[in-house]
Write a protein that binds this ligand. Structure first.
Ligand SMILES: NC(=O)C1=CN([C@@H]2O[C@H](COP(=O)(O)OP(=O)(O)OC[C@H]3O[C@@H](n4cnc5c(N)ncnc54)[C@H](OP(=O)(O)O)[C@@H]3O)[C@@H](O)[C@H]2O)C=CC1
Ligand SMILES: O=C(O)C1=N[C@H](C(=O)O)C[C@H](O)C1
Length: 257
């Protein structure tokens, strides 16, 4: 059985990871990193720890659905303290520094980073690149909707979709991204890509990429209707990454897209 360590085990997705692994035939939860109390029934041999080294030592692969500071500690364990297990990282909202740590750590261990672990969004990224390139004159606007508890904005998925849209047009997203409109801001500029966030209720995750022109528009939408879409997706890619070379992998690598 593959031993899976979890970072963020007390969280919304981390808790589902524990449930999914309890029913998995090839993988099981071996260790959970927590600060406080984990209100969850776990197999009796599961290690519950707040020590990153123990998390690494007890696992064949680590799945991370936590928070940027926690992921930073995980990556630091690889870079500075010899943590040497493959990582599946799903946390969003990283700073530039944390993105650089991800790159640095991926020279030491295999890391799969995906802002969205669903198959649907992996395909949506490809569709968006195709539509952005083909419909070069269409204005692109992205709207994401999430539950009221989400702390980062815009979502990692929306930013990844925007990156696909921008790079298909040979644009640098940092140069063209708009994150809000208010007041006498002037007409829309040709290349700008707005990424807007809505928060409310229990929306699991909804992303719409609109391409608008005179006389027609196209909207590509993905809606996650169950949060375990993400935990199940992460377990699938965790099985795939074991035994791979040190490198930063995308979900497309794992899904063969
Ligand atoms: N890529 C994908 O497919 C998806 C990614 N996500 C991302 O995953 C992350 C988690 O989402 P969600 O489960 O909803 O969030 P929650 O807020 O429910 O859970 C966050 C978890 O991280 C832990 N945590 C927070 N700070 C630290 C820290 N400094 N060190 C160690 N652990 C820490 C929390 O522990 P404690 O309870 O002790 O505070 C908790 O277990 C978010 O970044 C979200 O955007 C979410 C869904 C899908
Ligand atoms: O926080 C969430 O819930 C989600 N976060 C991810 C993101 O920021 O894109 C993925 C998913 O949409 C749910």
């Amino acid at each position: 059985m593959i031993k899976v360590g979890i970072l963020g085990g007390t969280g919304r997705v981390g808790s589902l990871l524990i449930d999914d692994l309890a029913n998995d035939k090839e993988a099981r939860v071996s260790a959970v990193h927590v600060f406080g109390k984990l209100e969850k029934n776990l197999p009796s041999d599961t290690i519950v720890t707040n020590d990153m080294k123990v998390l690494f030592d007890s696992s064949d692969v680590i799945i991370d659905f936590s928070a940027p500071a926690a992921t930073e500690a995980l990556l630091t364990q690889v870079i500075e303290n010899g943590g040497n297990k493959p990582l599946v990282i799903a946390t969003t909202g990283f700073t530039k520094h944390q993105q650089n740590l991800l790159l640095e750590a991926s020279k030491i261990v295999p890391i799969l980073y995906a802002t969205n672990m669903s198959l649907g969004v992996a395909v949506l990224n490809k569709l968006v690149a195709l539509a952005s390139k083909t419909l070069r004159d269409f204005d692109i606007e992205i709207v994401e909707q999430h539950h009221r508890h989400k702390v980062d904005s815009p979502s990692g998925t929306a930013l990844t979709l925007a990156e696909h849209a921008a790079s298909a047009r040979d644009l640098n997203l940092d140069d063209v991204r708009i994150s809000g409109r208010d007041g006498q801001i002037g007409a829309r500029t040709k290349d700008e890509i707005a990424v807007m966030a809505l928060r409310g209720g229990d929306i699991v995750g909804r992303h719409t990429v609109g391409l608008y022109n005179d006389g027609e528009f196209l909207e590509l939408n993905h809606t996650a209707t169950a949060r375990n879409t993400f935990s199940k997706g992460a377990i699938k890619v965790a099985k795939w990454i074991i035994g791979k070379d040190a490198k930063l992998y995308s979900i497309n690598d794992a899904l063969g897209l």
